[in-house]
Design a protein around this ligand. Structure first.
Ligand code: FES
Ligand code: FE2
Length: 461
């Protein structure tokens, strides 16, 4: 039996019947790393959440002023700006930041607004030798130092003033560039808590961004982020994956204020189904998951003495080792096939494991609290010693375009379309609600409660 969680005060042994993820770890044939054995989800209460948290302009303004201005936000990948002069524009609310690689190879974040009359210095990401404002030609070097403006005789009053481009705080982790608008914010390392330690086996900075798809979703950013924080919805929304997804046997963890995790076992049937054979699992997981090394069971014969979970893990190991030109003898079945998804408050989500690591991010769409911008990336390994493939550019889908149109997402595209069949309808349905509250599952939606409780700490600070 899984160890009951000592910290949880209420409902501490209320779990779905069936094999828990910790019990699956007991079946591993290699050492299980300590980070997988952590199982920590303190009871956080069961109160309803008011729908105004998703609908009201006042709540959005409070988030903007008290939360977004203080948190670390993933802005782009380091590989999006590989050369000096490369810059990537990150925008949220009315903010616009030029994430720039300078000649000293340092990454800086400049406010994208000319110190003359305020024009955006750059309208698009790209590469320049210097930042020259397209309006009257005021110019800054790549380190943000003011170089001059035409007709300097007319600006004698600016002499002696600091005309450097204002900067935001920048740091990197795992090949991601994070920014923080609060110059006094704690370091990114401190903010990330256990995450860097948990990702030690997965050096994301060594992987490359093979896929980057972006689309507006018609809902508040939290409705979007929360759609990926529980596996409970699989039973209704993604029924095609139930034969090989232990949805209700997922484990949910929280680590401090900023980090949470869900783990959904794969290669085992949903506890909602009965009579599923190992052959059913193997056939469906290879054909329908979109997350496995192979995408068809054709021609594969599963030996009688292997479970589908073990068989698929070994098939994945072979494919992943070949792709990386590296051996992974220490890899657990969990790391070879399960859905192990971390999130860093407020909105950065990333998968752990040897397969392509999926990344999600939901931010407000400009200053609109009723729509959000959804980015999905997939990080891939490439053969050790080979040249790093170029990062995929952002593939922006039209607002009404299905994710299935992004072929590079493979089987994930149609799955996101299933999620997208809910997100705008959640936003609309909340408006129609006479209850005016949402009621969360006590355990399976604990990561959502965790997000709101951390958010409240900022709002009440
Ligand atoms: S607004 Fe930039 S130079 Fe005038
Ligand atoms: Fe989903």
């Amino acid at each position: 039996m899984a160890k009951p969680n000592k910290e949880r005060e209420q409902g501490d042994d209320v779990r779905c019947p069936g094999t828990s993820w910790q019990e699956l770890l007991d079946l591993e044939e290699v050492d299980v790393p300590a980070y997988l054995r952590e199982n920590t989800c303190p009871y956080m209460g069961d109160e309803d959440l008011d729908v105004s948290r998703y609908l009201s302009r006042e709540f959005h303004e409070a988030e903007k002023q008290k939360m977004w201005s203080k948190v670390w936000q993933m802005a782009c990948r380091e590989e999006d700006i590989p050369e000096p002069g490369d810059h990537f524009i990150y925008e949220i609310h009315d903010e616009s930041v030029l994430i720039t690689r300078s000649e000293d190879n340092k990454i800086r974040g400049f406010i994208n607004s000319c110190l003359h009359r305020g024009r955006m210095l750059r309208n698009e990401s790209g590469c320049v030798n210097e930042f020259r404002c397209p309006f009257h030609g005021a110019t800054w070097d790549l380190q943000g130092k003011f170089k001059g403006i035409p007709c300097e005789w007319d600006f004698r009053h600016l002499k002696g003033r600091d005309m450097s481009l204002p900067e935001v705080k920048v740091d990197t982790w795992g090949g991601f560039v994070f920014i923080n608008f609060d110059r006094n914010a704690p370091s990114l390392e401190e903010y990330m808590g256990v995450m860097p330690k948990h990702f030690e086996r997965f050096p994301l900075h060594d992987y490359y961004k093979a896929v980057h798809v972006q689309r507006v979703v018609q809902c508040n950013w939290k409705v979007g982020a929360e759609a990926f924080m529980e596996s409970f919805h699989t039973v209704e929304t993604h029924q095609q994956i139930l034969t090989f997804t232990g949805d209700a046997n997922s484990q949910y963890d929280t680590f401090g204020d900023n980090v949470s995790r869900s783990v959904t076992p794969m290669g085992v049937p949903s506890p909602h189904l009965s009579g599923i054979t190992e052959e059913d699992i193997m056939r469906d997981i290879l054909e329908l998951s979109g997350r496995m090394g192979k995408d068809s069971a054709e021609g594969l014969d599963m030996p009688d003495d292997l479970t589908a979970r073990k068989f698929v893990a070994e098939a994945n190991r072979e494919v992943f080792e070949e792709a990386a030109n590296e051996k992974f003898p220490e890899a657990t079945m969990a790391e070879l096939e399960d859905a192990i998804l971390y999130s860093l408050f407020p909105n950065f989500q990333v998968w752990i494991g040897y397969h392509g690591n999926i990344v999600y991010r939901f931010i407000p769409n400009g200053d609109d609290h009723e729509t959000c911008l959804f980015d999905v990336m997939i990080l891939m390994r490439y053969p050790k010693g080979a040249e790093r493939p170029p990062a995929a550019p952002v593939h922006r889908l039209a607002d009404d375009e299905p994710f299935a149109n992004a072929q590079e997402l493979g089987a994930l595209g149609p799955v996101f379309d299933q999620d997208d069949s809910n997100m705008p309808s959640v936003q609309r349905g909340m408006k129609a609600s006479h209850k005016g509250k949402v009621s969360l599952a006590s355990y399976q939606e604990s990561r959502i409660r965790h997000l709101h409780q951390t958010l409240d700490k900022y709002l009440k600070a």
